[in-house]
Design a protein around this ligand. Structure first.
Ligand SMILES: [Zn+2]
Ligand SMILES: [Zn+2]
Length: 125
């Protein structure tokens, strides 16, 4: 499934940060599993469970991670296959729209520290 994930990441880059297109055609015979890793900040100890890339595929949806620049909250959103999402993502914590897609490589949203991968915490399918 890595191929498909790549495909989505490329699409995301092509169509801009605040737009998501989720393809309708996915090979359902393949085993689709998203791995969540636990990331811990080396500086302040902040923790988050996230896929190793900013987007990951589940059985019938795409999981994407975002960060809110107003309250430093990292959250996940799920998009059903066939969805075309266009617009700003609102933060579930402060309801603001100052959000951006996020991945562990971007570092800790609280202090900017480096995140350390603590390993897989759960598998979702
Ligand atoms: Zn930190
Ligand atoms: Zn927020």
């Amino acid at each position: 499934m890595k191929q498909n994930i790549r495909f989505f990441c490329i699409l995301l880059e092509l169509i801009g940060k605040n737009c998501i297109f989720v393809a309708e055609k996915v090979d359902k015979t393949a085993v689709i599993m998203a791995e969540l890793h636990l990331y811990k900040c080396k500086k302040c100890g902040w923790e988050v469970e996230a896929p190793s890339e900013s987007t990951d595929m589940l059985m019938d949806s795409i999981m994407a991670c975002y960060v809110c620049h107003d309250c430093q909250h990292v959250f996940k959103k799920y998009y059903a296959l066939g969805t075309v999402f266009n617009g700003k993502v609102s933060c579930p914590q402060c309801k603001g729209y100052n959000t951006q897609d996020w991945e562990p490589n971007d570092g800790c949203p609280k202090c900017g520290g480096e995140l350390e991968n603590q390993g897989v915490t759960c598998l979702m399918d």
